[in-house]
Design a protein around this ligand. Structure first.
Ligand code: F0G
Length: 352
């Protein structure tokens, strides 16, 4: 039964019996085998999709946010704040509402998916759209939280990483061991950092016998880690990872190098192709950022990267639900034809 990640994994988290747990019963998301997708993009590999869109606010951010808001409340905070490309703000505003504290959100004034914006607003956060990028918003958020008594809940707050590492625990719990590879999208680079920490902790505790190679993918128009320099005006259809100067850049490199993995980039066309393929072949609808690692796996497979790994298990974190970004979906599929409400017209239109 879902009891929230803090109650499930409290032995691995910085909480005590007295910690007032703020939870929406996040976590315990499904690990979905994807044989039809594997056959299409990486034949011979065992793809397992960690569908984080099944969390209460529809993204993996709930894992980190239950921890960050719980600790904020434990420390007596009355307000939290974040910069966001959308999902962090959705989670922060929901958990703050649950805790009965204030939430302030800075968003870039372009490219925030509609579903995410609606979440922050409906939960009653104070939302400002700034004339700049996510990176600008994060700089401002840090400055404000240093100056005023507001708790920052971006993942530079270490409790966020603590919560998010439970995604790795769940993958191991379901598989019975760590996978051979773990692929995920990289934006601000908190999640790759968190998963790697989780895998290492389970390994050190003797629960898993091996460590996966961490494979991260950025969007080509927003790939500072791959290109080796900050990107001033990042652009991609995967708006969640439209980030030009990741806060956990160094930690991402550590995860990559310690695990023997890699961080690569894929074009928007490759992202779009994988974005459409996944729901058509497996019935799983995600937001575009989740397609980056899928497109990346295909690219690696085609280049021969997996030649020596036939039968290997590859876990992929699908970080956010497709309903977050309905505009993107609608833009890329044929729209329904409008027909008269008669049997004849419907049958004709169905081309039976
Ligand atoms: N996928 C989704 C759906 C995201 O929302 C994010 C980040 C990422 C991947 C990348 O994760 O930053 O830990 O490398 N979204 C943040 C936000 C930046 O504000 O919602 P990361």
């Amino acid at each position: 039964m879902r009891q929230g990640i803090i109650n499930t994994y409290r032995a691995y988290l910085p909480v005590t019996e007295r910690t007032p747990v703020i939870t929406l019963f996040e976590g315990d998301t499904p690990l979905i085998p994807a044989p039809r997708l594997a056959q299409a993009i990486t034949p011979g590999l065992r793809l397992m999709l960690k569908f984080e869109g099944m969390n209460p606010t529809g993204s993996f951010k709930d894992r980190g946010m239950t921890m960050a808001v719980t600790k904020a409340v434990e420390d007596g905070a009355v307000a939290v704040m974040c910069a966001s490309t959308g999902n962090t703000s959705a989670a922060a505003s929901a958990y703050a509402a649950r805790a009965g504290i204030k939430c302030v959100v800075l968003l870039p004034n372009t490219d925030v998916a509609l579903g995410k914006l609606s979440q922050a607003l409906i939960h009653g956060a104070k939302v400002l759209a700034i004339e700049g990028t996510f990176d600008d918003a994060l700089v401002l958020t840090r400055q404000i939280c240093e100056k005023y008594p507001i708790q920052i809940v971006n993942h530079i707050n270490p409790y966020r990483i603590e919560g998010q590492k439970t995604g790795a625990f769940e993958v191991c719990d379901v598989l019975g061991d760590a996978p051979d590879f773990h692929a995920l999208p990289v934006g601000n680079a908190g999640n790759i950092t968190a998963y790697w920490k989780g895998y290492k902790e389970y390994h050190a505790a003797g629960i898993s016998t091996k460590l996966p190679k961490m494979i991260g993918f950025q969007a080509a128009g927003s790939a500072p880690i791959v290109d080796g320099a900050p990107v001033l005006n990042p652009h991609t259809i995967a708006t969640a990872i439209r980030i030009g100067n990741p806060a956990s850049w160094q930690h991402a490199l550590t995860a990559r190098d310690e695990s023997g993995g890699l961080i690569g980039k894929v074009t928007d066309d490759q992202i779009l192709e994988a974005y459409l393929l996944l729901p058509a072949l497996e019935g799983v609808f995600t937001e575009p950022a989740c397609a980056a690692p899928l497109a990346g796996l295909k690219k690696l497979y085609d280049s021969g990267y997996f030649n020596d790994y036939d039968g290997a298990t590859v876990a992929v974190t699908l970080t956010g639900h497709g309903l977050k970004d309905p505009d993107r979906a609608i833009k890329n599929v044929p729209h329904p034809a409008t027909v008269p409400a008669t049997l004849e017209a419907v049958v004709r239109a169905l081309d039976f």
